[in-house]
Design a binder for this molecule. Structure first.
Ligand code: SF4
Ligand code: SF4
Length: 387
C-alpha cells in the first residue's frame, strides 16, 4: 500500500480499490443519517481510507473520529456488491491509528481504560463480577462446559446470567463459571483498535481455560462469542478449537441443542413475539436460526419483521458507539424499537444482553411499554410453565 500506512490496514488495500462508489452500503447504515454527511456513511469512510492509503490525505483527528463513528454492525459489508470488507477495514483503521500512537476519541477511551484497569467496561469492581451467581454454582470447578457470562450479563443484566445458569442446571449439564476470575474477553479492545492489549488478554484467557478440563465454551454475549471464535484466531493466531479442542457456542445454539435432545422441556408460551437479530450473532457469525428455533420450541408464535436476519437494523449499541455517543445511540435504539413494536406482537426477544439494554431504553423513548427479553430469561419463563 503506498502512503504511510503500514499496519493492519495494509491488508485491506485491495478492498478499498474495489469500491465503485455505488452507495448501496449507505441505505441501512444506522449511524450515517444521524449526522448525514458523506464521511459518516460507509462509502465516505472507504473513500477517506483510500485517500490515506494513496498518500493523498494525512491522518487527522477528523478522520480518526469518522472511523469511530460506526457501530461495527456489518451491514455495509454484507450489502456491498463489490465485496469490500468495509467494517473490518474500519476496525483495522482504528488499530492502525492506535499503532501510530494516536488515541481513541474520549468516549471510547473511557471504556478502554476501564477494561484495562478493572477488567470490565463499566468501572465496576472486579470482585462484584460474581454477584449474580446463585450459591449452588461453584466457580472454577473441573467441568465439561464453561459458561462465560460476560461483562454485560454479570454487571448490568443479571437476569441473563441467572436464567442461563438455571436452564443449564435443569438440563443436567456439568458446567462451571470462572466467577470473579472471568474478566473481559477483549471484544471492546478489539473493536476500538487496542489490539496489542487485546492480545495480552486473549493469552491470559487461554491460560484460564487450560486446566479446567472443559470441552465447550458457551457465551451469553454475541460479542464474546465472535471474539473467541473469530477474532482470537484471525488477529492473534489463538485458535481455541484447534489448540484446546474447545467447541465455542453462543447460548442460543446450546439451548437449541438441549431442546432437540429433550433436556430442556419448554412449552405453553401463548405469545406472539418478534426476534431482533443482534449484529454480532447474525451478520458477523451467521447464527440466525437457533434463537428462532428456541422461541418456536417454547411454544411462541414468531412474527418476522421485513428488516430481519442479515437486513436487521442495529440497536445502536455496538463498537463503543453507545459509550461515546449516548444520545445518538439512544435515537437509533428508539428507531429500531419503533420498527419492531409496530408489529402486532406481545414482546421483542433478542439474544444479546447489550441489545436488550439498549432496546429497553429505546422502547421507552419511542413511547411503548412492549417488553424486551433476552433469550435465556424468555426461555426460562417457558421452562417454568412446562413443569
Ligand atoms: S456498497 Fe461497496 S462498492 Fe458500493 S459504495 Fe459501498 S463500499 Fe463502495
Ligand atoms: S458497520 Fe454499520 S454502522 Fe458502521 S459504517 Fe457500516 S453500516 Fe454503518
Amino acid at each position: 500500500m503506498p502512503g504511510t500506512l503500514e499496519g493492519p490496514l495494509k491488508a485491506f488495500a485491495g478492498d478499498l480499490d474495489k469500491c465503485v462508489r455505488c452507495g448501496f452500503c449507505r441505505e441501512l447504515c444506522p449511524v450515517g443519517d444521524l449526522y448525514p454527511w458523506e464521511a459518516n456513511f460507509p462509502r465516505g469512510k472507504v473513500q477517506l481510507l483510500r485517500a490515506l492509503a494513496r498518500g493523498s490525505l494525512r491522518v487527522s483527528n477528523y478522520i480518526v473520529d469518522r472511523m469511530y463513528f460506526c457501530t461495527t454492525c456489518g451491514y455495509c459489508s454484507k450489502r456491498c456488491p463489490s465485496g469490500v470488507r468495509t467494517n473490518e477495514a474500519f476496525e483495522a483503521a482504528r488499530a492502525e491509528f492506535i499503532g501510530l500512537g494516536l488515541r481513541a476519541p474520549e468516549g471510547h477511551l473511557r471504556v478502554v481504560e476501564s477494561v484495562l484497569r478493572l477488567g470490565n467496561p463499566f468501572g465496576e469492581a472486579e470482585g462484584d463480577r460474581e454477584r449474580w451467581m446463585p450459591p449452588w454454582l461453584r466457580a472454577g470447578r473441573r467441568s465439561k462446559v464453561l459458561y462465560w457470562a460476560g461483562c454485560m450479563a454479570s454487571y448490568r443484566l443479571e437476569e441473563t446470567a441467572i436464567s442461563t445458569a438455571k436452564i443449564l442446571n435443569a438440563a443436567g449439564l456439568d458446567f462451571t463459571t470462572l466467577g470473579r476470575a472471568e474478566g473481559d474477553c477483549g471484544s471492546i479492545l478489539i473493536r476500538t483498535g487496542y489490539w496489542r492489549e487485546a492480545e495480552r488478554l486473549a493469552r491470559e484467557n487461554t491460560k484460564k481455560f487450560e486446566g479446567l478440563g472443559i470441552g465447550t465454551l458457551v457465551t451469553s454475549c454475541p460479542g464474546c462469542f465472535r471474539t473467541f471464535a473469530n477474532d482470537y484466531p484471525k488477529l492473534f493466531g489463538i485458535d481455541l478449537e484447534r489448540d484446546l479442542g474447545l467447541e465455542i457456542l453462543h447460548s442460543s445454539q446450546l439451548f437449541e441443542r438441549l431442546m432437540r435432545e429433550g433436556r430442556i422441556i419448554a412449552s405453553g408460551l401463548d405469545m406472539k413475539v418478534t426476534y431482533h437479530d443482534p449484529c454480532h450473532l447474525g451478520r458477523h457469525m451467521g447464527v440466525y436460526d437457533p434463537p428462532r428455533n428456541v422461541i418456536r420450541g417454547a411454544g411462541a408464535e414468531l412474527v418476522e419483521h421485513s428488516k430481519s436476519r442479515w437486513l436487521a437494523s442495529c440497536c445502536g449499541a455496538g463498537g463503543g458507539f453507545r459509550s461515546a455517543h449516548g444520545e445518538l445511540s439512544l435515537r437509533q435504539a428508539a428507531r429500531r424499537a419503533g420498527q419492531l413494536s409496530d408489529l402486532a406482537v406481545n414482546a421483542i426477544v433478542t439474544a444479546c444482553p447489550f441489545c436488550v439494554v439498549n432496546l429497553r431504553r429505546g422502547i421507552e423513548v419511542f413511547g411503548s411499554d412492549m417488553p424486551v427479553y433476552d433469550l435465556p430469561a424468555f426461555l426460562e419463563g417457558a421452562t417454568s410453565r412446562a413443569k
